[in-house]
Ligand binder design. Structure first.
Ligand SMILES: *[C@@H]1O[C@H](CO)[C@@H](O)[C@H](O)[C@H]1NC(C)=O
Length: 312
């Protein structure tokens, strides 16, 4: 009996290994049931709209937050990127015209410069069809046809692409849309992606939990082997706090924890969940950051919180 089970398990494991090609090395995973701490609250961005996503250059220790450009149409794809210090004070900004919605983007150090990875070429819905990489230059405006952009289409058949960077493991996490099949996640080595090589994803799977209980999808990021997802609505849309987070094992595409309600910044006004990102402090503490917009229309504010308890 014991030997039969062992043989059956071994056969199953061999079968699983032959069909699952994902090869993301193991890593610690954030415990989403643990509390969140403040980085900052109620800080103005360069423009007045709600924040969308945010990203850290972990080498140069910089923070960038995206939002729709003031006065731009919902589907124009015009974005403002604000650079902030870690107390939430504005350090610089740039405008990106015709790029996308800004739900998620990534940052990558190159010496003392920061290059951003964003969606670009907004479609009729205002979502970027492919990805762009360019140097963050404060005060500059780039259009979708600027020569400073390098463009990438990681998945040829996909009609929309956004991304995030795992700045600790140096990976590019791409969320792409396939007509008739919905949202998928692919993970690439960041150095390979920078060379335009998307031929060997470490993982590529259909995103589970596409629209949790009707709530809006609000952000994603990855740390090591695990993907993190965020949903929820502002208090204007849902009087009850409904923000939720979940983690997914990228080697199986299965949910590991959640969706669990997060009460980070529960007392903020408006409080729309907006973005996730990873950052490792100089002291070596790894943080899963959660973003929220607060405040009144015409004067929205940025808020960042983090979780830092991991399980191995
Ligand atoms: C998490 O961050 C809080 C606040 O900064 C700190 O008090 C706590 O020690 C940290 N926990 C871990 C596991 O790093």
């Amino acid at each position: 009996m014991v030997s039969f089970s062992f043989t059956a398990l071994a056969a199953l494991a061999a079968f699983a290994a032959s069909v699952v090609s994902a090869t993301v090395p193991s890593s610690a995973r954030f415990d989403l049931s643990k509390p969140s701490y403040d980085l900052y609250r109620n800080k103005p961005l360069h423009d007045d709209t709600v924040q969308q996503g945010f990203a850290f250059d972990n080498v140069n220790r910089r923070l960038f937050v995206s939002q729709r450009k003031n006065g731009a149409g919902e589907t124009s794809g015009d974005l403002c990127i604000t650079q902030l210090d870690f107390s939430g004070n504005e350090v610089g900004h740039m405008y990106l015209e015709g790029f996308g919605h800004g739900v998620s983007f990534g940052a990558q150090a190159d010496g003392s410069a920061t290059y951003l990875w964003t969606e670009v070429d907004a479609n009729d819905n205002g979502y970027g069809k492919q990805l762009a990489r360019f140097k963050f230059t404060s005060g500059k405006t780039l259009t979708k046809s600027s020569s400073e952009l390098r463009k990438f289409k990681p998945v040829a058949a996909a009609t929309e692409h956004t991304c995030a960077v795992d700045p600790v493991h140096n990976r590019l996490v791409v969320r792409y849309h396939l007509e008739g099949s919905g949202k998928h996640i692919a993970v690439y080595d960041l150095a390979a992606a920078t060379k335009g090589d998307f031929s060997s994803p470490l993982a590529d799977f259909k995103q589970p939990l596409p629209k949790t209980k009707g709530k809006n999808f609000q952000g994603y990021t990855a740390y090591g082997r695990y993907l993190y997802l965020l949903w929820g609505d502002s208090y204007d849309v849902s009087a009850e706090l409904n923000s939720e987070v979940a983690s997914v094992d990228m080697n199986t595409g299965e949910v590991v924890q959640g969706p669990l309600i997060t009460k980070a910044g529960s007392t903020l006004s408006f409080r729309e969940p907006e973005g996730l990102a990873i950052y490792k402090t100089a002291a070596g503490q790894v943080r899963l950051f959660l973003g929220f917009a607060s405040g009144k229309a015409g004067d929205r504010r940025s808020n960042l919180f983090y979780k830092n308890v991991t399980v191995s």
